[in-house]
Design a protein around this ligand. Structure first.
Ligand SMILES: Nc1nc2c(ncn2[C@@H]2O[C@H](COP(=O)(O)OP(=O)(O)OP(=O)(O)O)[C@@H](O)[C@H]2O)c(=O)[nH]1
Ligand SMILES: [Mg+2]
Length: 472
């Protein structure tokens, strides 16, 4: 079995350093991009190909040509019509390419047939994104997730056409029979690998779940930065936290969630977490693979949807993000729109947004220049407070740690020192409100207010007064 199909699954491997292995591990050098335009195409083909070219260049692939076939329905077994497949084969030879990249998700049989006919590495959008993810994932969980997605992608597609039977050899009947046997062996190995990867992932995830639980009950509110890839999420996190998270003009610069603690002007602490960027038609395999990571997003207290307001298809990108959020169960979370890259917009520019985006609180901002960041933080704080529990408490002076907690996690509208302790009126996240309920002002007031029985006695007394006066 050739090296590229073997993936390492030993438990003690060093995930931080080793390069990914597998069918998708080696990005090709030169490729032609291909798309099909049908009646159902909802995204202009050229623009989608532009994005694909950007994805390819992120993966280190040079795109030397493009080909588009317009047809009513894609061909079920080869996607393109047979004449077009021949044309493509010639073009690939002419440009001396080592791959062709389709701007669609190819079905496994289409994938196999195309590889057989073209005798070259065939990739689709999913494969390309998997390659990029493989190059970029850094944490153990991130790498395991990508490897598992790669194995799942490879399994139904196993073919030895381009890797095994070289173009020159011609591939006789005997050789083909050998190839078939080899595919069976590879498939068994991949299945075993898949089981091992799933087992390892389970372990890593249960550990992370513990961390998350602990953070949830002990920590500050979590604000997740979400958005289309390259919108500026990492730059925003750097700006907000003064930290140095990797920000690059590349798609999918961030694959592993990074969290930073930020203290607002009022003393309140917030955890900001940066996440993997979304992309239109984020392959379902990947949404599944990154579900665990994305679930963190779904558990955030607030989402800041970072938008590249200067992008010509900003509305389209917003909707693609909303769709993924919906899929991972984060659709109903409170959200603020950060209209980023405002520095690139003409001064009189008015962004016309429609749908859900039009109804959300929004702030124009430039993560790069720093303008609007204060407004964004204010907007975040105000929107968070709407989710908090309102409290009016009198904290005894010997419970100073609770006053400190209120400052750390909550927002304060009134703070004054009274005889019985510190009087605070404000809001704290629900998970922090527990210890304060015992000191709620209303409870205190109830104590000095007459009890129901006392009131009743008073009323009876008053009722008897006039009678007495009559008697007297
Ligand atoms: N002009 C301008 N460029 C910005 C701004 N914010 C970010 N950028 C640039 O946009 C590019 C992408 O920024 P990142 O912060 O890496 O974007 P991201 O959303 O984290 O991207 P992924 O991690 O790939 O999903 C970088 O070249 C940034 O310098 C901004 O406010 N104005
Ligand atoms: Mg990033």
């Amino acid at each position: 079995m050739p090296e590229q199909v073997i993936r390492q699954t030993e438990k003690n491997r060093d995930n931080e350093q080793k390069p990914m292995q597998g069918l998708l591990a080696d990005a090709p050098l030169r490729a032609i991009l291909v798309s099909v335009e049908t009646v159902e195409t909802d995204w202009p083909v050229d623009e989608s190909l532009d994005e694909l070219e950007q994805l390819a260049s992120t993966a280190g692939v040079q795109c030397v040509d493009r080909m588009v076939q317009r047809m009513e329905h894609p061909h079920p077994s080869t996607l393109l019509g047979s004449g077009k497949v021949q044309e493509l084969a010639e073009l690939l030879r002419f440009h001396d390419c080592d791959a062709v990249i389709f701007d669609l998700e190819l079905r496994p049989n289409q994938h196999r047939n195309l590889e057989r006919e073209l005798e070259i590495q065939v990739l689709d959008r999913t494969a390309l994104i998997l390659i990029i993810f493989g190059q970029r994932a850094r944490t153990r969980e991130g790498r395991l997730q990508v490897e598992l997605a790669q194995v799942e992608y490879d399994l139904p597609r196993l073919t030895r056409q381009w890797s095994h039977l070289s173009r020159q050899s011609g591939g006789g009947t005997n050789q083909r029979g050998e190839g078939e046997k080899q595919i069976e062996v590879d498939r068994r190995l991949l299945r075993r690998q898949k089981d091992q990867l799933e087992e390892e992932l389970d372990q890593v995830r249960s550990q992370r779940q513990l961390h998350r639980e602990r953070r949830k009950y002990a920590g500050a509110p979590v604000v997740a930065l979400v958005g289309y890839t390259n919108a500026g999420k990492s730059t925003m996190l750097n700006r907000l936290a003064g930290s140095q998270t990797l920000a690059e003009d590349k798609l999918f610069a961030t694959l592993d969630p990074t969290t930073r603690r930020v203290r607002l002007a009022g003393g309140q602490e917030i955890l900001f977490s940066d996440t993997v960027g979304f992309v239109q038609r984020l392959p379902t395999t990947l949404v599944a693979a990154f579900r665990a990571t994305l679930e963190e997003v779904a558990e955030a207290d607030l989402l800041v949807h970072v938008v590249d307001a200067s992008h010509p298809h900003v509305q389209h990108q917003i909707e693609a993000v909303e769709q993924v959020l919906e899929e991972i169960g984060g659709g109903g979370l409170p959200m603020v729109l950060a209209l980023n890259k405002a520095d690139l917009l003409p001064t009189d520019h008015q962004l016309e947004l429609t749908g859900i985006a039009a109804t959300l609180p929004k702030v124009e901002v430039s993560a790069m220049k720093g303008t609007g960041v204060e407004d964004l933080l204010r907007c975040i704080s105000e929107t968070l407070v709407e989710q908090f529990t309102a409290l009016d408490v009198l904290i005894p002076y010997d419970r100073g740690e609770l006053v400190a907690q209120f400052h750390q996690y909550g927002t304060i509208e009134v703070e004054e020192y009274e005889e019985g302790g510190t009087h605070i009126r404000g809001h704290v996240p629900q998970n922090h409100s527990g210890p304060f309920h015992a000191f709620e002002r209303v409870v205190q007031e109830k104590k000095v207010r007459p009890s129901r029985r006392a009131k009743q006695e008073l009323a009876e007394q008053e009722a008897s007064q006039p009678e007495e006066s009559i008697v007297s």
